[in-house]
Design a protein around this ligand. Structure first.
Ligand code: F0G
Length: 397
């Protein structure tokens, strides 16, 4: 069953529907299987380990073995900050971001529905992922990208996997509005996170965190927030495992946004349950350059219900956290992902994160997604003759 998050109107699982026909609010899939957690043991480490919680036809699954991503204990950084820190590395998914989890379920749903064309608007990662999964499923794929604002690696992926790429003269919010209108006209099956099946896949990040911690909830989960689907999805996953009796506690959901694109933070800091859209969002973290997040209602509910928090970080804080994580812990992430680490540092300084807390930071996309930003942050390599004496002289300097 699909249900409106605002008025509670119910829809059947075979309807192609994105928002409530009565009140216009976003929808969620209701999923509460009656299973014991013992069934998960000895299964392959992908997100389909938890298939009973995935509301799609098991015989139609389109998968690239997404999920089962590294869960890295960061002792050096954790010690400096006085916390118990883990990093969930979503860049290790097949196309290099957490979007693959949502796309696996979303494309599986498109197989059930028998649609021929799928599409999305994207700041980059969603389009890269959709292009790959659509290719695997043999579906036509149309993606709308904000012109000039998509990191090179993501653009290369979308094009190379054969998506029809349209560069929109406008930002992500405008591209999303356009592609939604196309979907409403029946031109394509929309696979942005307004499609509630996307979040069904992404909720597996929450499943894996508590499974990785031996069926315990961490004190806090920190992640970057853009269109606000992922924070909503992870909270849904955690809540489903809690309702199933698999865990006793739930984490404080903590969302981090870039200073130039922070409608959720503004709402949380004023205690509001609705956002005010930001017209011209701007940040070096192009993945989260979003002013009107479509899943805002769900995200705010996750933050308030979990006694969580939301905070901004500057572009400089993002870039220095990105470099610090790469050099101190060996984890290479794209700028948006580093917002979670920059946010953690700020919240420790502010005393919002307590000493000794167990914190999981989600790093959402791989370093190589945005090679230009990485190269610009480094000094150019020295060009040297292949002469052993000259090389030795330089190395021993
Ligand atoms: N981190 C990365 C690397 C992302 O690509 C995104 C979103 C987010 C964080 C934020 O997640 O939107 O669920 O709050 N990227 C989308 C895209 C918008 O089109 O690839 P969110």
């Amino acid at each position: 069953m699909i249900r409106c998050v605002s008025c509670g109107k119910e829809y059947s699982n075979d309807e192609i529907i994105y928002t409530c026909t009565d009140c216009g609010a976003i929808l969620e899939v209701i999923c509460q299987p009656d299973v014991s957690k013992e069934i998960f043991s000895c299964r392959k480490q992908t997100m389909w380990k938890y298939k009973e919680f995935m509301p799609v036809d098991e015989t139609k699954i389109v998968s690239l073995d997404e999920g089962g991503t590294p869960f890295i204990k960061c002792n050096k950084l954790g010690k400096e900050l006085g916390i118990d820190l883990y990093v969930k590395v979503e860049g290790s998914n097949p196309t290099g971001s957490f979007k693959d989890r949502g796309m696996s379920v979303g494309i599986t749903k498109s197989m059930e529905l028998g649609v021929s064309t799928v599409g999305c608007a994207s700041t980059g990662n969603t389009s890269a992922s959709l292009a790959a999964y659509a290719a695997r499923a043999g579906k036509r794929c149309v993606v709308l990208l904000p012109a000039g604002k998509v990191a090179l690696g993501k653009l290369a992926q979308a094009m190379f996997h054969g998506a029809e790429v349209l560069s929109i003269q406008g930002n992500f919010d405008e591209a999303l509005e356009a592609v939604t209108a196309l979907a409403m006209k029946g031109q394509l099956y929309l696979l942005n996170s307004v499609n509630p099946y996307r979040l069904e896949g992404q909720k597996s990040i929450g499943f894996e965190i508590v499974d990785d911690l031996g069926w315990q909830s961490p004190d806090r989960i920190i992640l970057p927030v853009g269109n606000a689907g992922n924070i909503s999805a992870i909270w849904k996953g955690i809540s489903e495992f809690h309702d199933a009796g698999f865990i006793e506690d739930k984490p404080m959901m903590t969302g981090i946004q870039a200073e130039g694109a922070c409608p959720i933070v503004n709402a949380v800091q004023k205690g509001k349950s609705e956002i005010e859209a930001i017209k011209n969002p701007e940040t070096v973290a192009t993945a989260i350059r979003i002013g009107a997040p479509v899943s805002a209602t769900k995200a705010l509910r996750a933050i308030y219900d979990s006694d969580g928090y939301a905070e901004t970080v500057t572009d400089d804080e993002i870039l220095s956290a990105q470099k610090m994580l790469a050099r101190k812990e060996g984890i290479g992430v794209e700028p948006a992902s580093a917002a979670s680490i920059a946010g953690l540092q700020k919240l420790v300084d502010q005393g919002v994160v307590d000493k000794g807390e167990q914190v999981v930071c989600i790093v959402t996309g791989h370093l190589l997604k945005d090679p230009n930003t990485a190269i610009n942050a480094c000094v150019e390599p020295l060009e040297v003759e292949a002469d052993i004496n000259k090389l030795a002289e330089i190395i021993n300097k």
